[in-house]
Design a protein around this ligand. Structure first.
Ligand code: ADP
Length: 200
C-alpha cells in the first residue's frame, strides 16, 4: 500500500468540510484504506478542552491535530482533518510538520454558509454575543495554494468528494481507479491546476 497521508479541510463554519470530509473517508475506506476523521470541534471538546480561540490557542490546537496526523500516518492510517483553521501561517506550519499533506479549501460565500448549519453561530457573532468567529469578528485567511479548491456553493457533495479523490490519484497518493466517475475533461482541469501550482 502507498504511504498514508493527511487531507486537511479548511474553510468557514458551514462551508462543508465535515460533510465532504466524511464522503471522502467513505470512498477511501471502500478502496481499502484505513481512515480516521479528526474533527477540530470534537477534539476541542475532548483533548483540547482547555484551549480557547486566540490566535495562539488556535495555532496550538492545529499543531496538536497535526501531531496526531503524523502518528496516524506513520501507522498507515489516512487522516482527514476538518478544521476552520483560519490562519495561513498555522496551516503552513502543520503542512511542514506533516509532510504528506493535501490541503482542501472549501470556499463558500458568507450568504450561503449563513443559510446552512452554522446560521446561529454567525447570527450570535453578528450580535456580538460570541467572539472569534472566522469571517465575522475574526479573520479567515484563504489558502493561496490549496491542492484542492472546492466552491461548495456550486458543487454537490458527491462531486466535491470526487475532486478530492481525483487529486489524490493524480498526485500518486492513491492508485487510480478506472471506473472513477469524473470525466476526462474534469481530470484534465485538475491536472492543469496542480501543474500550475507546482504540485505535479
Ligand atoms: P463545516 O464542517 O464546514 O462546518 P458542515 O459539513 O458541518 O460544514 O455543514 C455544511 C452543511 O451544508 C451541511 O448541513 C451540509 O449538508 C450542507 N451542504 C449543502 N450543500 C453542500 C455542499 N455542496 N457541500 C457540502 N455541504 C453542503
Amino acid at each position: 500500500m502507498d504511504a498514508a497521508f493527511t487531507i486537511w479541510f479548511t474553510g468557514l463554519s458551514g462551508s462543508g468540510k465535515s460533510t465532504i470530509g466524511h464522503a471522502v473517508a467513505r470512498t477511501l475506506r471502500a478502496r481499502g484504506f484505513k481512515v480516521e476523521v479528526l474533527d477540530s470541534g470534537r477534539i476541542r471538546q475532548q483533548l483540547n478542552r482547555n484551549l480557547g480561540f486566540t490566535r495562539e490557542e488556535i495555532e496550538t490546537n492545529l499543531l496538536r491535530l497535526g501531531y496526531e496526523c503524523r502518528l496516524l500516518n506513520r501507522n498507515g492510517i489516512v487522516a482527514v482533518v476538518t478544521a476552520v483553521s483560519p490562519y495561513r501561517d498555522a496551516r503552513d506550519k502543520v503542512r511542514a510538520e506533516v509532510g504528506a499533506f493535501i490541503e482542501v479549501y472549501c470556499r463558500c460565500p458568507m450568504e450561503v454558509v449563513m443559510k446552512r448549519g452554522a446560521a446561529e453561530l454567525f447570527e450570535k457573532a453578528q450580535r456580538g454575543e460570541i467572539a472569534h468567529v472566522a469571517g465575522i469578528n475574526a479573520p479567515y485567511e484563504e489558502p493561496l495554494k490549496p491542492e484542492v479548491l472546492l466552491n461548495t456553493d456550486q458543487l454537490d457533495v458527491e462531486n466535491a468528494a470526487e475532486q478530492v479523490t481525483a487529486t489524490l490519484e493524480l498526485l500518486g497518493r492513491i492508485p487510480r481507479v478506472e471506473s472513477a466517475e469524473y470525466t476526462a475533461k474534469e481530470e484534465e482541469m485538475i491536472k492543469r491546476r496542480l501543474q500550475d501550482l507546482g504540485y505535479l
